[in-house]
Design a protein around this ligand. Structure first.
Ligand code: B16
Ligand code: MG
Length: 219
């Protein structure tokens, strides 16, 4: 029986994935590293430091910087990212998300957030949807990054529900893997090929209606 839906933030509730892309791209260009959207797919759901490591590896610069220099580079990206999200408003909610949150509340289904972002609270606040969430688990509260299931399992635990009664919603490969490893029903939002591990895939959030996800869960 469906008891809870646990959402990823970036790329599911709002398109901060685009802002992460812009901020990383600028930093990469400053370092003389070119990266495109296809490469960016691999950074979705991945922590800030791990993302930086992957970008440096892409430019064969993994050994060029000290740990302190890497911290500084990650900090610089984050300052740029924070500037971008400061302008967000409730208009930045992706299509269908607000209706889905409302309907889940009406049906007494618990709502959780499982985001790898340390900026998750700021973004939720800018979007003015904090009141819908029964729990918010962000990167600061867990040790292991997606694809490790810890973040989704922690959310379920805090909601007081068994993982098998949860749906997890993700736009990232690493995120879908984390949901599956947590033994939850995985809904992928985006590319069918990239998210093929998911139990149910929708092209955009507009297709994430309450009826559709409930039907998929019980099928
Ligand atoms: P921050 P999610 C993830 O959020 C993003 O998908 C990923 O691109 C980003 O690097 C990560 O958060 C860390 O974000 O630098 O703000 O701590 O998709 O798990 O909600
Ligand atoms: Mg995401």
């Amino acid at each position: 029986q469906l008891k809870a839906v646990i959402f990823d933030l970036d790329g599911v509730i709002t398109d901060t994935a685009e802002y992460h892309f812009i901020a990383w791209k600028q930093l990469a260009e400053e370092l003389g590293i070119t990266f495109d959207r296809a490469f960016n797919e691999q950074l979705k759901g991945v922590s800030r430091m791990e993302s930086l490591e992957r970008i440096l590896a892409l430019g064969s610069q993994a050994d060029r910087y000290t740990m302190a220099e890497k911290e500084a580079l990650a900090h610089k990206k984050n300052e740029h990212y924070k500037q971008l999200i400061a302008r967000m408003t409730p208009d930045d909610l992706l299509p269908g998300i607000l209706d889905l949150l409302r309907e889940l509340k009406r049906q007494n289904i618990k709502i959780g957030l499982a985001s790898a972002s340390k900026n998750a609270f700021t973004v939720i606040e800018r979007l003015q949807i904090g009141a819908y969430f029964d729990t918010i688990v962000d990167a600061a509260k867990v040790k292991n990054s997606k694809p490790h299931p810890e973040i989704f399992l922690t959310a379920a635990e805090q909601l007081g529900v068994h993982p098998s009664t949860c749906i997890g919603v993700e736009d990232a490969q690493a995120g879908v893997a984390a949901i599956k490893a947590a033994n939850m029903f995985a809904i992928g939002v985006g590319d069918k090929e990239a998210l093929k591990e998911a139990d149910y895939i929708v092209e955009t959030t507009a297709d994430l209606t309450y009826d559709a996800i409930v039907r998929a869960f019980y099928r």
